[in-house]
Design a protein. Structure first.
Length: 379
């Protein structure tokens, strides 16, 4: 993929002293498609952005400090290609700053000992399940993008980790210290600790403690030849709201892939436990199996997932996802996706990311679906 390289040696020309070798790369993704949602609420046709991968632009840079040590930074902003919007339409005030680089923003050091950085980046938990899922993390067919049960927080199969689901979110972790180990005979470990930065208010016991919002995530991945095995967790201390104040929300995922050459199969299991504000238990399990088949310039994908609410009855669901990608070049891809949910008697899930998904307009027990096709360009 062709990049735009800006030589940092220009800085050295102005400073008049020798500079370490460094570079800055400008990159991005432009993704747009046509989408049709069908549900008990009717049919909605729309133009959407980020159905294969989120549209974004960013910059990353590296400075070689010598002896294998490097200084690194990355900033990345998401945008909607269909509208040009970069952030939600809201008043810009000192109290509500605009999060321009809402996807990634960090600085750090790396070397033979690993990679350490500070800021906002993907959690080890997210990198684990998105790396196993045949559809990654953006497509309507991926496990992490299947609707929301009305009135309940999101979970691994139920959405894209909205603000009500996690303090800071398990997709990305802000105000976080990250560390990745070097690759040791195929094994890579990741760790992340998030500062919730909550201010304790006394003496009211219902007010979240100063640990509210603190979170951590750990993962281990072994990849050798055709085999990949991964396990990861995410745990956060909750503020008041959907969850009981100061309670722990715990997520776990484990699974792997095996590449036969003609096809790569994938399987993973998610579990999630939390205490809701009404002090009721919230416990779910999601199982996914999938396959990826390369056929020349085509890549065919399919997956099946089963969501099981273990704390309530008749709130379960199954989902299927189908997809096809056609590579026009190394940077340009045509794609199509289809997703369908089958809700149990009381379940009201929709397909996430659309105008209907998670809006509460889905009739309990119905089977909503969505289809999308578009173009993804990398630069």
């Amino acid at each position: 993929m062709k990049k735009i390289l800006i030589a940092a040696a220009v800085v050295g020309a102005f400073s008049g002293v020798a500079q370490a070798q460094s570079s800055v790369t400008l990159y991005g993704v432009a993704d747009v498609g046509v989408r049709i949602d069908r549900s008990s609420a009717g049919t909605v046709n729309s133009l959407t952005s980020g159905e294969l991968a989120g549209s974004r632009w960013g910059m990353r840079g590296t400075e070689d400090l010598g002896n294998g040590l490097k200084a690194n930074f990355m900033i990345e902003a998401g945008f909607a290609l269909d509208t040009g919007n970069t952030v939600a339409n809201a008043a810009i005030t000192a109290a509500t700053p605009v999060q321009i680089f809402n996807r990634t923003s960090y600085a750090g050091l790396s070397g033979d000992w690993g990679n350490a950085r500070l800021g906002n980046d993907y959690s080890p938990h997210f990198l684990t399940y998105s790396g196993i899922d045949p559809f990654g993390a953006a497509s309507i067919s991926t496990v992490t993008n299947h609707g929301i049960i009305a009135g309940l927080p999101t979970s691994n199969i139920l959405g894209t980790n909205a603000a009500t689901a996690y303090t800071g979110g398990s997709t990305r972790m802000t105000n976080t210290i990250f560390y990745d180990t070097p690759n040791i005979s195929g094994f890579v470990g990741r760790a992340a600790y998030k500062f919730g930065e909550a201010v304790q208010v006394l003496p009211a016991p219902a007010v979240p403690t100063k640990s509210a919002g603190n979170a951590y995530s750990l993962s281990g991945t072994y990849a050798n030849g055709p085999v990949l095995l991964s396990i990861a967790n995410y745990e956060a201390t909750q503020a008041a709201g959907v969850y009981a104040a100061n309670s722990k929300k715990k997520d776990m995922v484990y699974g792997g892939t095996y590449d036969f050459g003609v096809a790569k199969v994938a399987a993973q299991i998610f579990s999630e436990k939390a205490t809701l504000a009404a002090l009721t238990s919230y416990s779910t399990r999601t199982t996914e199996i999938g396959v990826t088949v390369p056929v020349g310039a085509w890549t065919i994908k399919a997956q099946y997932s089963r969501y099981n609410d273990r704390a309530a009855t008749n709130l379960d669901a199954t989902a299927i996802g189908l997809g096809a990608d056609y590579s026009l070049s190394k940077r340009s891809t045509l794609y199509a996706r289809y997703s369908k949910l089958s809700n149990s008697t009381l379940s009201t899930m929709g397909v996430g990311g659309g105008l209907q998904g998670g809006t509460g307009n889905i009739t309990a027990g119905s089977s909503p679906s969505a289809i999308t096709a578009g173009l993804n360009l990398k630069f």
